[in-house]
Every structure is written in C-alpha cells, then in structure tokens.
Design a protein around this ligand. Structure first.
Ligand SMILES: N[C@@H](CCC[C@H](N)C(=O)O)C(=O)O
Length: 257
C-alpha cells in the first residue's frame, strides 16, 4: 500500500512526517522506518514522526530516529510537527500535544514555532563537560576549533564511551561567540553522525551556559550548521522553567512511497 508522507525541516534537521490518525502505519517494522529515512535508498531524513490522535490534547507525537528506533524527545521534530498539524488543519496558531517526555504547548506565527520544553532541574557538572536531559540526554562541552574538527570521530567516542555506552547520549560541541550567542555542532545518537541542528541539544547548551555562568541572559541565540535557533527560560533556584525553543519549521515537499 502506498504511504503518503510530508517532508519538513527545522534549521536543517529534517523529518519524514506521517499522518497516522487512522493508525495504519506499522510501528513494529524498524527496518522499514530506517529505509524511509535512508538518504540513498529511501526518502532521506534524520528522523520520522507520526502525528496521532490524543484524547484531550490536539495531537500526539511519536518519534523515531533515522536508525528506525523510537527515541526520546526531538525538539526540532516537535516544532516541525506543529507546522504539519497546521498544514493538516488540526490547529491554527497554537497547539497542545503529548510527546514521550510529557505534554507540550506551542505557538506558530508564519513559520516560526515556539515550543515549550519540559523543566530542567538537574545539571551535572564534570571537569570536561556538563550533562543534562532536556527530553533527550545531552553531553555539552567546549570546542575551540568548532569549525574544523573531526566531529564524527570525537562525537562517536563520547557517545559510545563511558558512562553512556550503548544507551548513548547526544554530544554537543560549543564555542562562545558573545555573552548571549553560542555556536553549536551536535553528534546525534540514533543518526550516528552530525545533524545540521538539534533542538533538545541547543536547549541543553543554553541552559548549560547559564549554569556555568557563561551567560547571564535568559534569551540565548544558538548558531547551528542549519541556521539560528533561540532558547528562552526562567531560573527559579535550581529549576529552569518556562523553557522555550524558538525557530523556523519549514515544509519541503509531499510525496508517496
Ligand atoms: N534532533 C532531535 C533530537 C532527537 C533525539 C536524539 N537523536 C536521541 O535519540 O536522543 C532534536 O531536535 O531534539
């Protein structure tokens, strides 16, 4: 049976979107999901997202990494899903939806989506890096030569190394540009390589930079390989709350496969 799909991207982090409100998509077929995401043999994407019905919210998000496995929260994917829900006529300018890490609230204005992320109450600081979970696990460390270093090798070593091992972590390399601007490159678990941008990743970087005292701003700009994102938050004691990921979410094309 032919499957209709929609392709979206948010600062170059790209996704295959499928309207699964009729529950026709076979979620158990990991190899098929990986095939759809394959850039040579399939459509090509960093991940695949199902939009499903929800009993009390506007919709539900089900996210798979490019390797075909369901994974934790995807910030850019969530923003793109809001734009997809608007294209389908499910919402107009605001949305509530459930993802694997809980309920989310979002607004959309033209193609700019502001997505509220979960609160963060734990940031672990080590000698070389910071670790925190923004819906997905993120290792954050400084890299002076961010423009030209071997992110594939260095990212994979950290992602597969101790303490993360097989379960893994996403790995973000950061360079400070100014008090409220940071350049970020991310090695993503489940893609097993660099993506042009990672929403939960830049969220983790913004919070980590505040935690480390590298910025005292509560609106931070993150420069990624695929464009700029902004993250805003409020700090209440040890809690980062009202965390918002802000940036473009763009429809690319529709097809069937
Ligand atoms: N690209 C995503 C992160 C997706 C999840 C990640 N690969 C994982 O498995 O942890 C984002 O925009 O947040």
């Amino acid at each position: 049976m032919e499957q209709t799909f929609y392709k979206y991207q948010g600062t170059g982090n790209d996704f295959v979107m499928i309207d699964n409100r009729q529950q026709t998509f076979d979620k158990s077929n990991t190899k098929h999901i990986a095939f759809l995401c394959d850039r040579r043999f399939g459509i090509g994407a960093d991940g695949l997202i199902l939009l499903e019905n929800h009993k009390s919210l506007d919709f539900k998000m089900v996210y798979y990494n490019a390797d075909g496995n369901e994974s934790s929260m995807c910030g850019n994917g969530g923003r793109c899903l809001v734009a997809f829900a608007k294209q389908l006529g499910i919402i107009t300018d605001k949305a509530t939806f459930e993802a694997i890490d809980g309920p989310h609230y979002a607004t959309i204005n033209d193609n700019i989506v502001t997505l509220q992320m979960q609160d963060v109450n734990t940031v672990d600081k080590y000698d070389t890096h910071v670790f925190l979970n923004t819906g997905s696990p993120h290792h954050v460390q400084f890299e002076d030569h961010i423009e030209d270093f071997d992110i594939q090798t260095k990212g994979a070593n950290i992602r597969y190394g101790s303490p993360y091992n097989e379960a893994g972590s996403n790995v973000n390399f950061v360079k400070k540009i100014s008090d409220a601007t940071f350049a970020v490159r991310t090695y993503e678990r489940g893609v097993e390589g660099e993506t042009f941008s990672c929403g939960t990743g830049v969220t983790a970087v913004a919070i980590a930079m505040n935690f480390l005292g590298e910025t005292n701003q509560n609106l931070v700009t993150l420069q990624t390989q695929g464009g700029e994102l902004k993250v805003s938050f409020a700090k209440k004691g040890d809690l980062y709350t009202n965390v918002c990921l802000i940036g473009p979410a763009t429809f690319v094309f529709k097809g069937s496969i």
